[in-house]
Design a protein around this ligand. Structure first.
Ligand SMILES: Nc1ncnc2c1ncn2[C@@H]1O[C@H](COP(=O)(O)OP(=O)(O)OP(=O)(O)O)[C@@H](O)[C@H]1O
Ligand SMILES: [Mg+2]
Length: 357
């Protein structure tokens, strides 16, 4: 397979399909993207890429022996909102920490904004805002003062514009009115929004948020969603992790699904929705005969219930099933291939226990 010229050409696939479409030294460094050079980010390095994040075989095995991330090939198109989904313990945070250079991968490679890692970290990081493991805020300082402290720690930030930038970041997360309130007096939602504001202290090409809705009530979750939309509307790529499908489903254009360290699906939300019909359901006055024929066709999971029989379609086309039933003498009153809901699709991909609430 040749390398993709644009993210749309990537043949997103399910588990097992390896991302030969994402060679770092080609797609990731390609300069076809519309990601413009930010005026703020001076310096010679101007790598850009069709992919905001691309990884190949990214793997982390902890000293305990645990394989937390196992050969993950990410392809995050520039300009998208990418939902990085998976149950607790599936390896999302570990992946993000590797992406950001906080821990060293055991094997594999990756690039951010076209900069190969880890060599390009210094060039990439000023363009990347991130929220991982909540920043340490000082309870007795106001929101604005906390941001000023964090900004001061960023050696590449422009000191002259600090006040403007803090106001702009607070404004974007809806905390301008609470700028001078002590952090300890913030609600949980306000605290989380301040955390997101830290990733917005400068204009970013990529924002990586690890579970930004953690601990928020439905209202807070809605607010974070709206914020993600706002960030994305400026052309910033957003990579957001969650163990709750419902939290990110409404804002994502693309999704990656992790299960026990492996990326088991990657593609657009549409592709996930349009997954193959899982089962075929037949209505007939002769369910027993129908069940026998379906079994004879080699279909798995044959179930009978009243006048209905269903089975896993596998590779068989529904029209073929219908034909074989009719030829076998089964009067077919109705045949359906009910689509899996997005939620079902996730459970199917990640196994039971995935929190879809
Ligand atoms: N520093 C570490 N040392 C050993 N094992 C670790 C370490 N960090 C994470 N793990 C293990 O790696 C696995 C993946 O953890 P990780 O935090 O990446 O999952 P996650 O998908 O972010 O989960 P959650 O949704 O709960 O945040 C877990 O089994 C975890 O126990
Ligand atoms: Mg995590």
């Amino acid at each position: 397979m040749s390398s993709p010229a644009s993210p749309e050409e990537v043949a997103f696939g399910r588990s097992g399909s390896h991302w030969d479409a994402v060679p770092l030294d080609d797609a990731a460094r390609r300069s076809t993207s519309a990601v413009g050079p930010w005026t703020e980010t001076s310096g010679a390095a101007t790598a850009s890429s069709a992919y905001a994040i691309a990884s190949s075989g990214l793997t982390k095995q902890f000293r305990s022996g645990q394989l937390a991330v196992d050969g993950v090939d990410l392809a995050v198109p520039a300009g998208c909102v990418y939902g990085f989904l998976g149950p607790n313990g599936s390896g999302k945070t570990t992946t993000i920490r590797m992406l950001l250079g906080l821990i060293t991968p055991t094997s594999g490679s990756h690039a951010m904004l076209g900069f190969p890692m880890p060599g390009g970290l210094a060039d990439a990081l000023p363009r990347v805002g991130s929220l991982v493991e909540g920043p340490a805020f000082h309870p007795h300082l106001s929101g604005a003062e906390n941001l000023a402290r964090l900004d001061a720690a960023d050696r590449t930030a422009d000191r002259r514009t600090v006040d403007e930038r803090i106001d702009a970041a607070l404004d974007r997360v809806g905390l301008l009115a609470a700028a001078d309130k002590h952090y300890r007096a913030y609600s949980l939602g306000m605290k989380q929004r301040l955390a997101i504001a830290t990733s917005l202290l400068r204009r970013r090409e990529l924002v990586i948020l690890d579970e930004p809705t953690n601990g928020l009530d439905p209202q807070g979750t809605r607010e974070v969603r709206a914020l993600i939309r706002k960030i994305a509307a400026d052309g910033t790529t957003v990579f957001v992790s969650s163990h709750l499908l419902a939290e990110v489903e409404q804002v994502c254009t693309h999704v990656g699904v992790m299960a026990t360290g492996k990326l088991v699906f990657q593609g657009t939300l549409e592709q996930l929705r349009g997954g193959q019909p899982g089962r075929v359901l037949i209505r007939t006055p002769q369910p027993e005969l129908a069940a026998k024929i379906l079994g004879g066709l080699g279909l798995a999971g044959v179930q009978e219930s009243g006048n209905e029989v269903s089975a896993e379609l596998g590779d068989m086309r529904p029209e073929e099933v219908c034909e074989r039933l009719v030829l076998g003498g089964v009067p077919v009153a109705g045949l359906e291939t009910p689509r899996r809901s997005l939620e079902d699709e996730f459970v199917h991909l990640t196994g039971e226990g995935f929190d879809v609430g």
